[in-house]
Design a protein. Structure first.
Length: 364
């Protein structure tokens, strides 16, 4: 009788163990599924961040904030190498530790990781220990995962996440983190192009207007506050002729006079830039083409009323001639978050292929 009871108890214990194992597997599967869903949401958030009308710095910072929030990471830091220096682009770690974080590439424990482009996981065993790269800090981090960042096989820096407990990342899905790492690289590659544009904006000497690059950087932030806007490209069709018949100084005066009319008649929320050579671009934020067309008819008339007196000397005879600009105008609708540079290129191609005699307001 006692033997039967013992056997029954053993069977019950075995069944309970099997049941616990089954529950554990289900919980683990649910956890992994939840992590995958989180990663899909993170990817969507990344894509939304890329398209936002913010600076490169703000985008990288927001990406880091998304990682911290969605993965419940205590510390996350993105460090970028610009070819000369390492710079902390985003971090929620106190700035007093940034010197350590921007020099992790010099730590022996991470050198092989950078060389082989593979992640490195390190942790302490006891609470009173510290990670190898920590110089003067004991209580901040007890675990860390280091991810070198590469763009097309070119090393550009690293991403490091840190936890406050020993072995904190033992059970984390590294496959998902690899995907996240790749998404960080994709975002950095995308915003790098934006940063180039932001850095090459300049003021045009003769018009006093920003160069075309401003339209695609800071200007686009303003334009994309509206669902649709009207983009206008105008060209001084006879500028080359004015430079030849009179001189380049007269041509420069014409450019200055045209830009003054544009600046004096445009509202602050509209963006006007010296697009290239004889061309100007205007973004009418939130305005439809019909409203812009009537306005541009007035602007066209004012521009073509410009007259610059030029003294011409021919065979010891002096006479005064008038330099007068003629312009051709083309308008098109821009839709929020679409390729603005593609649209302006299409407008430019139209103006360059049009007859020099064309002197109207056109729609594309």
């Amino acid at each position: 009788m006692i033997l039967v009871i013992i056997i029954l108890l053993v069977l019950i214990i075995v069944l309970l163990m099997l049941y616990n194992i089954s529950i554990h597997k289900k919980v683990q599967n649910f956890h992994n599924l939840n992590q995958k869903i989180t990663s899909l949401n993170v990817l969507q958030d990344f894509m939304n961040t890329i398209s936002e009308v913010t600076s490169v710095y703000e985008k990288i910072k927001k990406i880091n904030d998304i990682l911290i929030e969605r993965y419940q990471i205590k510390y996350s830091t993105i460090v970028i190498y610009d070819g000369a220096d390492y710079e902390v682009k985003a971090s929620n770690v106190d700035e007093k530790h940034w010197d350590t974080l921007r020099n992790l590439h010099n730590e022996e424990i991470f050198k092989d990781s950078i060389h082989t482009a593979t992640p490195k996981y390190i942790t302490v065993e006891k609470e009173d220990e510290r990670l190898p790269y920590q110089k003067m800090e004991f209580g901040r981090a007890k675990s860390a995962m280091f991810f070198p960042l590469y763009v097309e096989n070119i090393y550009i820096g690293y991403w490091i996440i840190e936890g406050t407990k020993p072995h904190e990342f033992d059970n984390i899905d590294t496959t998902i983190l690899e995907v996240v790492r790749n998404n960080i690289v994709s975002v950095l590659k995308t915003v790098e192009n934006q940063q180039v544009i932001e850095n090459i904006v300049r003021d045009d000497q003769f018009s006093g207007l920003k160069s075309a690059e401003y339209l695609y950087g800071e200007g686009k932030k303003i334009i994309d506050q509206y669902n649709t806007s009207t983009i206008c490209l105008l060209k001084i069709t006879n500028l080359e002729e004015i430079n030849t018949v009179f001189d380049r100084q007269t041509g420069n005066q014409i450019v200055t006079e045209v830009s003054n009319i544009l600046k004096n008649n445009l509202s602050d929320e509209y963006i006007c830039v010296r697009y290239m050579g004889p061309k100007f671009a205007i973004a009418f934020s939130g305005v439809d083409k019909d409203g812009v067309a009537s306005f541009m008819k007035e602007i066209k008339q004012k521009i073509e009323n410009i007259q610059i007196e030029v003294e011409i000397v021919n065979k010891n005879k002096k006479k005064i001639e008038l330099a007068k600009p003629k312009i051709n105008v083309v308008l098109s609708t821009y839709y929020k978050r679409t390729a603005l540079e593609g649209l302006t290129k299409k407008l430019e191609e139209y103006l360059d292929s049009a007859s020099k005699e064309e002197n109207t307001i056109n729609y594309l």
